[in-house]
Design a binder for this molecule. Sequence first.
Ligand SMILES: [Zn+2]
Length: 306
Amino acid sequence: MALHVLVLGSAAGGGFPQWNCGCQNCQGVRAGKPGLRARTQDSVAISGDGESWFLLNASPDVLRQVQDNRELWPRNLRDSPILGVVLTNGDLDHVLGLLQLRESQPLALYATERVLAGLADNAALRTLQRFEGHLRQHPLRLDEPCELQGARGEPSGVFVTAAAVRGKPPLHLSGLYAPSIEDNVALRVRTAESGTLVYASAIADAGAAQSLLEGCAALLLDGTFWSEEELPELGVRMGPARSMAHQPVGGSAGSLLALRELRAARRIFTHLNNTNPLLDDASPERREVSAAGWEVATDGLRLRLD
Ligand SMILES: [Zn+2]
């Protein structure tokens, strides 16, 4: 059974364009400038049989993402092909979509104990606990392969392994918990026969995780920022990329250089912030990553890993 991968959203939190941003990229995409494409917030759908799907992260844009991808349309009255969600961290742009997936739909939710704990105190999540078995939570143990199952125990043939990678707790929980290695994970995803997808849309040090990424059939990697000082240089009152636990792509400390020896059949940057020059198909930065054999994800990108 092959692994089917559907990139639902390829932008970082805020999306592209971002509602309150007037940077060159955001103005350009609103004006229809060639080479710029709008993108929704980071999420991926995976399936073994091509019939039932799990989401990797639940973006605030999930309703639009379902609408834009016919694989995710309901087949019958109240019969969604989406069986559940796997979270890589508790960032709001990865969990807010859970609140959109209510309407009494049973779902399975996979995340580390830490990320589940960060959701537990949120009264809004009670909307997904209206009846027994509504939201079936499964703690993901680090480095242990786990077969995804729907809320009613439906097997999927898709196996996910969570690996701790350097990240940070979500902003809205900072100060409430001591940082933990379970705050942020990368996922290795495969069926019994398929090649492996590695999904690491937030990672502070890709070089340190190279053994985790090595030899995969497709890598979806954190491409949030091109440069360390991207936001402060534009005059946005935010810290450098490292303060947000996102390794930039470019420069001497960037992931492009750190992973120059990586063997992976498809290497794809995703989770792009709206300020990133990689969003422009015609930018020199885009030419640089293309020359190094990397792609930049767009919404709707489909992969089939045999
Ligand atoms: Zn912008």
